[in-house]
Structures are given as C-alpha cells and as structure tokens.
Design a protein around this ligand. Structure first.
Ligand code: FCB
Length: 459
C-alpha cells in the first residue's frame, strides 16, 4: 500500500482549466491483428521473429488484441476521467508497398477516432511510432532518402481521412530511438549497427517530419502539429574537463541533435565534429524544411543519464555511468521527477515552443495480481511525484499544456517483449483480461473520473 502521508497533496484543480490529461499507447505495442484487414508486415514483425532480438521471444502479433477490443479499452480511458488519448497509426495498415491506400486500415482508425470522440477523448494520433512497413525497409527504410516522400504521401492519406475530426497531430515518436536504437546499437528494428546509417536515418526522420508539417496544415483546418522527442537530462560523472566534455557531446546527440534542427539552429557543430565522416548527407533546403514552425513540442520523459569520458567508446568517446544508491524502476531506469522539470525549463528557455506536452511518462514494475487487484504502490508514487514536479514547473511559468501517462495498458515493450509492464491497467496476455491497477485508480481519483470512485483515499 502507498503511504499517503509521503505523497504530495495534488488535485486536478491545481492545474489550469483546459489542461490535457491523457494516457498513451502505440499501434504495434497494443493492436495485434497482424494479418487482419490487409495489414502488411512491419519491421517489428520481421525483427521480433529473429531469435535473440526480443527478450522473451515474443512479438506484437496478438499483443493486447486492441484491434478487436478497442471499445473496451477506450471505456477504460474514459473511466479514468482523461480527456485525451494518444495512440499511433500503423503505417502497414494504411500502405503496404506504395500501392493504393488500404481502405480497411483507414476504416479502423476512423472507427477508433469516432469512438474517442463519443467518449469525450480528444484523439492525439502519432503518425510514426516505429512500425515501418517491411516493404519500405527492403528499399532502404529510413536510410534511403526516398522514404521522406513516402512518409509525406502516407501522412497525406491519413490526414485527409481523419483531419475533419482530429486537429492535433504528432508526426514522429522519439526520432532518437528510430535512428539510434534502430541503426546504431541495433536494439530495435531494423537492428542495424552502423553510425553513419543511424545519422543518415535521423536526418531523414527529421526531414520527413518537416515535409509532413505543411501536408497536415493543408489537409486539416486549424491543425496543431508537433513531434514527440525522448529527451534526457545529462550530467557529467565528475567535474573533470574530460567528463564534462563527454557529457556535453552525449547531450549533443541525445538532445540537441533533434531539438536544434527542429528549431532552426541546424545540427550541433560539436556533434558533427565528433562524428566526422559519419555525418549525414544534407541537401540544400533540408534544414529549412526541418525547421517548419510547429505548434507544440512533445516531451517523452523517463530518466536522466550520468556520463563519463571513455576514449575509444562509440562515436562520442563517452559512456553512461551506472550510479549506485539511486531509486530505480524494475527496468533499471533512474527515478528522477526533477529531471522532467529540468527538461521542461530547458525546452522553454532554449527553444521556446508555443506549448509543451508531456507525451509520455511512466514506470515499469513487476506487478502481481492478488485477489484480482494490482497494488502497484511504486507506480502510483512515481506518477504522483512526476505530477507534483509538473505542477511546480507550471507554477514557474513553463507553458506545459498536457500530460499523457505511459501507458493505458501493459503492452509489448519492444526488445523486452512482455517482460516489462508500464500500464495503469494490467493485461493478462493469456486471457486478455484487463484489471485497473491501484495506480490507475489513483489517476482516476485525481482526475475525478469515471464511475465508482471510492470515497476513501485510493491505493
Ligand atoms: C518509449 C516509447 C514507448 C514505450 C516507452 C516505455 O521510449 O516511446 O513506446 O516503449 O518508452
């Protein structure tokens, strides 16, 4: 049980009226229905079938079976009292290999969006959350420049279909992960390990974002567009000039490599310097396209990093130091709500987007179902402390306009398979039974949502 005495007192009314409260998911992680209604394979179908790539040998073939169970899942989101829901659209449901768009795939998202609107949930679609059609990977994927036009075409089709009901659009989820986990350390699909490929991929992801922005604006009256970035506060392991320089380089690739070009500052010179020959090919006009003005920045915040100089290690000669004695989730990620506040301040001060949304934040713990309940006190505590940090940041004048908890449901956690649970709702992957965890009940109580809100303090 959570010790309520240690929890900061917090109420929805402490946040501005109109604040967006949501939960977040992504297509490959929850939908399943791999072969249904004309869906083609994505790079994650291919990658997860390769032995040793996903910890438990699993895949998103069934996942949470959300493709069939979405009405119930949206009921859970409504029951929490959220007013928004962030999800992603699966490119392989919309386009296979560049032929005509797949009507049945579009129909699915049409129904899903209507289902959200019926339940008072603002739809927050992400256009790319890592499930690239395998057919496009076979032509070079994010490493090949042609992908940026394919993306713009896909975005055109989707926003024409849904834009009459959906003003807010997130182009990309975490370009760092697409580029670096996908092409540098190979931990994610397509599993490539090559610095130059990773940096070229990052440039194409950013360029595809920039080219998508005017497409969305043309199709969607009053569109509000942004990208969701995974950012990390970076600290040097010591005050030595070497560690400080290494931390700065690491910050360069983790954070500035994406923020700087999106805000018209081009790629950071120190990173270009460090990566030398591996620098991406950039054509005339690319940087201007990437810097297309947006309406908000999405922050996916999980953990800070401590960096030490490590000559010869990676392109940046830097490594992450594992600090002892700090609080961590079951994933090993450091719990540091102050890090989120720090990033929000930094984004505001150094880049000044019109609005910032926390598009993901959440924690993974080894949950147990006991008598039909999940007493995930640590996740509740994580959530409360991050919301307290958020409120503090708002009070200090940072224009944060919404918060999406990752995740509505336990789901397929990429290379970790089903071994990492992030949901506010527990999913039994054998029976597909959903159980709202204590953390979900806390969020529901905080938001004043849903039926049957207990009068006594939850959790
Ligand atoms: C983020 C991803 C999301 C989920 C969380 C835990 O990096 O965007 O899909 O896996 O981590």
């Amino acid at each position: 049980m959570t010790n309520n005495a240690l929890m900061p007192a917090l109420a929805r009314a402490d946040f501005p009226p109109g604040f967006i409260w949501g939960t977040s998911t992504s297509s490959y992680q929850i939908e399943g229905a791999r072969h249904e209604d004309g869906r083609v394979d994505s790079i994650w179908d291919t990658f997860s079938a390769r032995p040793g790539r996903v910890r438990d040998g699993s895949s998103g073939t069934v996942a949470c079976d959300h493709y069939h169970r979405w009405p119930g899942d949206l009921d859970i989101a409504r029951g929490l009292g959220t007013n928004a829901y962030r999800f992603s659209i699966a490119w392989p449901r919309i386009f296979g290999d560049g032929a005509a768009p797949n009507t049945k795939g579009l129909d699915f998202y049409d129904r899903l969006v209507d289902g959200m609107l019926e339940r008072g949930l603002q739809p927050w679609p992400t256009l790319y959350h890592w499930d690239l059609p395998q057919a496009l990977q076979d032509r070079g994927g994010w490493m090949a420049r042609d992908i940026v036009h394919r993306f713009a075409q896909y975005v055109d089709v989707v926003t024409r279909r849904l834009g009459d009901r959906v003003p807010q659009w997130i182009t990309h989820n975490e370009p760092w992960c697409t580029a670096m986990h996908g092409h540098m350390d190979g931990m994610h699909a397509p599993g490539i390990r090559d610095v130059a490929s990773a940096l070229q991929a990052s440039h194409h992801v950013l360029l595809s974002h920039g080219l998508a922005v005017p497409v969305i604006r043309a199709n969607v009256p009053g569109a509000r567009v942004g990208a969701a970035l995974s950012l990390h506060p970076i600290r040097p392991a010591s005050e030595s000039p070497e560690d400080r320089a290494a931390a700065h380089r690491h910050d360069g690739l983790r954070n500035r490599w994406f923020l700087d070009p999106l805000f018209g500052k081009g790629y950071p010179a120190d990173v270009l310097d460090a990566v030398r020959d591996a620098a991406p090919r950039i054509e005339a006009g690319d940087l201007e396209a990437i810097a297309a003005p947006t309406d908000f920045t999405g922050l996916n915040y999980y953990f800070p990093e401590v960096i030490a100089a490590a000559p010869g290690e990676g392109p940046l000669h830097a490594r992450v130091v594992h600090r002892e004695g700090v609080e961590r989730t079951a994933f090993g990620w450091e719990v540091a709500p102050g890090g989120m506040a720090q990033l929000l301040h930094r984004i505001h001060a150094e880049y000044g987007p019109k609005a910032i949304y926390v598009t993901e934040n959440g924690s993974c713990y080894d949950d147990a179902v006991i008598d039909g309940q999940v007493h995930d006190a640590q996740r509740t505590s994580y959530l409360v402390r991050h919301l307290a940090a958020l409120k503090h940041t708002l009070d200090e004048g940072v224009p944060v306009a919404g918060y999406f908890a990752w995740s509505l449901l336990d789901n397929f956690e990429w290379a970790e398979g089903y071994t990492r649970r992030f949901g506010l709702t527990h999913v039994d992957f054998a029976t597909q039974q959903r159980i709202l965890k204590d953390s979900g009940k806390w969020y529901r109580q905080f938001l004043g949502g849903g039926e049957a809100v207990s009068k006594s303090p939850q959790a």
